[in-house]
Ligand binder design. Sequence first.
Ligand code: MFK
Length: 555
Amino acid sequence: MSSPTPYSTFIQQMPKLNNEYTDDVFLQDYLRTYFPADALKEITPDLTQFGQRTATVFIEWAREAELNKPQLIQFDAWGKRIDEIKVSQGWLNLEKVAAEDGLVAIGYERKYAEHSRLYQFVKLYLYTASSAIYTCPLAMTDGAARLIELYGDGFLKEHAYKGLTSRNPATFKTSGQWMTERTGGSDVSRSMTFATPDGDDYVLRGHKWFTSAITANMAFTLASTEQPENGKRAQLSLFYLPIRHADGSLNGIEVEALKDKLGTRALPTAQLLLTGAKVKLVGEKGKGVKTISTLFNITRIYNTISAVSYLRRAYALSKAYSPIREAFGQTIEQHPLHKKTLREMEMAYQSNALLGFFLSRLLGKEECNTATENEKSLLRFLTPVAKLFTAKQAIQYASEHIETFGGLGYLEDSGIPAMLRDAQVLSIWEGTTNVLSLDMLRAAEKENGLAAFKEFAAALLNNVSAPEFAFQKNVLQQKTKALFEFVGGISSTDALVAASRDVAFYVAELTIALLWLDFLKTNYGQSNYLSTLNYWLKYKMNESSFVSTAELGIK
Ligand code: MFK
């Protein structure tokens, strides 16, 4: 007779992801609804192979990159200043596939005309949660390519654009976007970097406080050409800055330090001294902020898609774990309360995906000149709204996802906490929630954004005539009316500013509900989608969320 084991030998199995494309039925339904059928047939093998790799080998590379943080080597053994950045092999692999799989190129090849952006962003949605946020350099690279399309001269088109949009890892180039200085992150007009003429070009001297990713080939950066008059805001201009000379040495740059961040640990973010970098002016002098907005409006859409990628991954991993983990005599997937948690995570990823993919479609239309004036204003208005809303949702559900794993999710070596640390940056970089709420106001006031939104809502609702949607249509008409009545009733600029964040969240939720209704016209048979819309109508877009400052005791 064998003696009883004196201690438990139980080992918890690790959950495995399935192919992240074929497993995502919602994504496939979405593409069937909004992507041309012939083209979808053509791209399906690519999405299928990519979905398989994002669920397997990319995750291993991302983990390796996360564990082997970039290192700055400032001097060689002989005392020469070199400022080399060493990155992990995983990071390099993720860069290589980004080029080969056309993660930026697809948007510029435009093989599927205006639909190319949706195809590209679907790949980025699959990629980001497995990329150790290599998506960050891709976002800036993409924004830089668009900037050059709109403002670049022959030199930039030849020497920068081709590399940024290449599929060949040997010729692929990435770009940074350097705006943040010690004096200002949100308020870039406090810049202390100065540009002095040097022949046809300029030389930059100053300091950049946060610059991702310093391993890029080039950057677009802001500087003043004149000292601002006392008390006046600097008139910034935009410059193209090649980071290294042909011999590999830095172009008038010293890397002072790599930042020690809460998350995005594989991403080399540097603090830089500009000691005389040779640069070229891009766009009109003194119009730098307006010109670089082309770039950051694209990175804000990347931010949105990245948030949605995390939301999907949080759900997929939590779901994969639920038939494995047992508690109280059954697997946790059988517990009603856990089922409800998973369902909430599912609704969150799908609802946010509707918003993110809608922006991708509008962007594709704008770039292929098929967007109406109204659609252009709508894109401008919804970009900050989507960015701020999805970022907060990603943080919330990255946290929920840790909880679905219990104590295991809190262990660093499980790899699970990384998502929460990474997601936290989504509501900070590319504009904080408050700065983006103000940007929504800017778009509403200067670029017809609110009127465009009103027209979009009205047109979408007018296009819904089926009696089975009469209830949903009616609620949405009321919710839209409530928004415009609230905004119309605000009488002072201060009150409008104070209300802007609540309004932005309401607009995001309302847009999502409208998009669900549009999606349901083709997907009515799927009862889960309808219950998501009904849930959204009942529990979101709450007018009582418009909280005044007086109610909070703020004078
Ligand atoms: C995973 C995905 C990844 C993401 C990549 C991460 C990379 C991280 C590296 C970074 O770069 S992080 C730094 C990000 N920093 C920001 O996003 C800055 C946030 N602050 C703002 O967005 C402020 O609103 C802003 C700096 C734009 C305020 O600047 P100003 O100069 O005080 O703005 P002003 O005077 O209102 O606007 C100047 C012009 O720009 C105006 O046009 P006009 O000259 O024609 O009048 C504005 O209408 C225009 N403008 C401002 N924002 C715009 C815009 N135009 C279009 N779109 C916008 N969003």
